[in-house]
Every structure is written in C-alpha cells, then in structure tokens.
Design a protein around this ligand. Structure first.
Ligand SMILES: NC(=O)c1ccc[n+]([C@@H]2O[C@H](COP(=O)([O-])OP(=O)(O)OC[C@H]3O[C@@H](n4cnc5c(N)ncnc54)[C@H](O)[C@@H]3O)[C@@H](O)[C@H]2O)c1
Length: 342
C-alpha cells in the first residue's frame, strides 16, 4: 500500500565522486528531513557532513538490524563491488533503496541481489539516470509513436573527457560493464527490445592501468537486437574535445539524435557551419545534473512511499549481461550471444 509523501531520514553510503553530488542534492531536497553520511573511510563521511551541515555515522550504525538511527531510505553510491552485498543487507532490513549502477561486476552476485530484493519485495531503483533525460525520453516517444518508422540502426557514444583516477579502474568492472552499462540500459529502454548478440573490441591506450586491468581505454561494441536492429556503442576514457554522450537512432522514416545540443563536443570542419555554439560539456555531473536531481526525486516520491522504481534490479541484470558478453567477446575475439551469459 502506498504511504504518504513526507520528509524522510535518508542514509547515503559512499561519499566519493558521485556520492558527494548525491549528498548535496539530498541535503537541499524538501523530502529529506535527515541526511546521514557513511563511508568505509569514516573521516570522509565526517568531513562531508561537516561541510554540508548534516549527520555522519559509522557503517555499523547505519546497517545495524535494530536501526538505531531510524534510517528510512538508503542511497548507495559505494564502489561497484559492494553494491550486491549492500542491496542484500537493505533487503534484510526492509529499507527502500536507491543504488548506483552497475548492480555488480559478476552475474552471480547480481542475481543474488535481485533475488533478495524480489523475495523481500523491497522497493528499489537502480541509478540509470539517462531514463530521466529529456532527449532520451523524446527519442523513446518517437520510437513508440512510429514516427521513425521501423528502427533499423543506432550509434551510441559515451566518452569521458578526462579519465577517472587510476585506482577506480581495477574495481570498476571494465569499460563495458562500468561505462557502457548506461548505453546498454538506455538502448533497451528507448528501443523497447532486448539485445541478442554482441561483438566487442577496443584498445588499452594512455595510462598503463587499462592494460594492467585487462580493460580498454577506447572501445566499440556492435549490438544486434531481437528484431534485427543493429548498431554500435563507442566509448573512451579520453575524449579531448569534451564529455560526449549521444545516441543516433535511424528508422526507415526518420532519425532521432540525442545529445546534439549546443554543447556537444564536436568541431565541424565544413564551411559556414557555426554549430556547436557553446563550450563543450566537460563531465557527467555538468551534463546530467538535472537527471540526477530528477532521479533522486523519483526515488523519494516512489520507492519511498511504496511504488516501484523506474529501473529495477532485473533491468540492471539485463544491462550487466550485455557488458559481460562484451567482456567475453573481447577475451575470445568472437561474437557472443546473450543467452550464453548464465
Ligand atoms: N550514474 C552515474 O552517472 C555514475 C557516475 C559515476 C559513478 N557511478 C557509480 O557510482 C559508484 C561510485 O563511483 P564513484 O566514482 O563515486 O567512486 P569513488 O571511488 O569516488 O567513491 C566511492 C566511495 O565509496 C566508499 N566505499 C567503498 N566501499 C564502501 C563500503 N563497503 N561501504 C561504504 N563506503 C564504501 C569509498 O571510500 C568512496 O568514498 C560506482 O558504482 C560507479 O559505477 C555512477
């Protein structure tokens, strides 16, 4: 049964790059009465709490079964390798949870978390924020309305301007699971279809950490959907021109192009073309802040009051399978069917 929308006591776990941004957004949200920060590095939580004027606590306090702090909702922004265990813990506690993507780096762990959430009937949302982006939403509407005709092809791009810190890479899950998870999720959502096969390749350039972690700095995957729609997903940790996230969808009656805005990191070399007119996007926070805001708002107005989240663990497992199939394709240099991923 739905409960009333009212301010809640929210505990945020993991005060790193994205956790700090979520903490700032939660602190000023009218539906957050108390914000409690916790991190495996307690001094990090204490420092951020002091800066924001909110509470901090130890992980033991926040995750204790008798819930001494009266936590009503979790926002998990810890390292990916910890998500599955924390989701299982949240299921044991029965506390609605927002969890950053990806759900896990391994299928076994991800499925364990999904099963725990489903068995407990725990309301949750997995943080695939592009589902809250105006452009992707319009593209989905155009696909659904039939205005593009039969969708035949797509091209997706996710490129960082500057790479994350080296120590992020070995525990990230690799470029397909970590970075392209966003593309895989949004393609499933926009097209409303499932991927059946992938072929992935790439190279490890720039810092040594990519080669050392059996990861790519620059990667391309080719996806085939169950209706025959084919396309490519391109990504890089180094995109000099700026932070680039785009999706082109081509149908037999028309196209939809997400991310072709005035800050797209492009440089036309044609005569008389002034586009794009503004300085390019530099990072994901600048580009997607309104989506992160909308997504936390969605969590507070839906899972927190008894309604399902927009992106479930089952969705996150589907995106993970595509990333894992890309990893096998990379390692074995062959196309990989999604139904091989078990
Ligand atoms: N949705 C997005 O656009 C987006 C963007 C960046 C990162 N992410 C995801 O968010 C997560 C965090 O990424 P990040 O870049 O902020 O990493 P980060 O390394 O900057 O921060 C992670 C934080 O979690 C803490 N931590 C690690 N294990 C913990 C545990 N067991 N309990 C409590 N705290 C713990 C670390 O001390 C650190 O402060 C990753 O899963 C990443 O994939 C999502």
């Amino acid at each position: 049964m739905n409960k009333e929308v009212r301010p809640f006591a929210i505990a945020l776990l993991g005060v790193g790059r994205i956790g700090t941004m979520h903490a700032r957004l939660l602190k000023k949200h009218p539906l957050v009465s108390r914000l409690i920060l916790a991190d495996v590095l307690p001094e990090r939580a204490e420092e951020a709490a002091q800066e924001l004027g909110c509470e901090s606590a130890t992980l033991d306090e926040v995750l204790s079964l008798d819930n001494p702090l009266g936590v009503e909702g979790f926002v998990i922004a810890t390292a990916t390798s910890t998500h599955a265990d924390l989701l299982i813990k949240a299921s044991d506690l029965g506390i609605p949870t927002y969890c950053e993507k990806p759900i896990s780096m391994t299928l076994d762990e991800a499925v364990r978390a999904q099963e725990a959430l489903e068995a407990a009937g725990l309301l949750h949302h997995i943080g695939f924020h592009r589902r809250f982006d105006v452009g992707y939403t319009r593209a989905k509407e155009l696909v659904q309305s039939g205005e593009l005709g039969e969708v035949r092809r797509f091209h997706a791009v996710t490129c960082d301007q500057l790479p994350p810190a080296d120590d992020y890479i070995p525990t990230s899950g690799g470029i397909f699971v970590d970075c392209n998870a966003h593309d895989f999720d949004i393609l499933r959502w926009v097209l409303g279809r499932e991927v059946v096969e992938v072929y992935a390749t790439g190279s490890a350039r720039g810092r040594a950490i990519y080669a050392e972690s059996n990861d790519y700095s620059d990667a391309v995957s080719i996806l085939t959907f169950d209706d025959g729609t084919v396309g490519s997903v391109q990504s890089s940790r180094y995109n000099g021109q700026g932070y680039e996230v785009r999706l082109d969808i081509m149908g037999d009656k028309g196209s939809a192009n997400v991310g072709l805005d005035n800050k797209a990191p492009m440089r036309s070399v044609e005569d008389d073309v002034a586009y794009p007119t503004e300085e390019p996007w530099t990072d994901f926070i600048e580009r997607f802040k309104p989506c992160y805001e909308a997504e936390l708002d969605h969590f507070l107005r839906n899972p927190m009051i008894g309604k399902p989240g927009a992106c479930t663990a089952a969705d996150a497992v589907a995106a993970l399978k595509i990333g894992l199939a890309c990893n096998i394709s990379r390692d074995e240099n062959r196309p990989v069917r999604i139904d091989e991923i078990k």
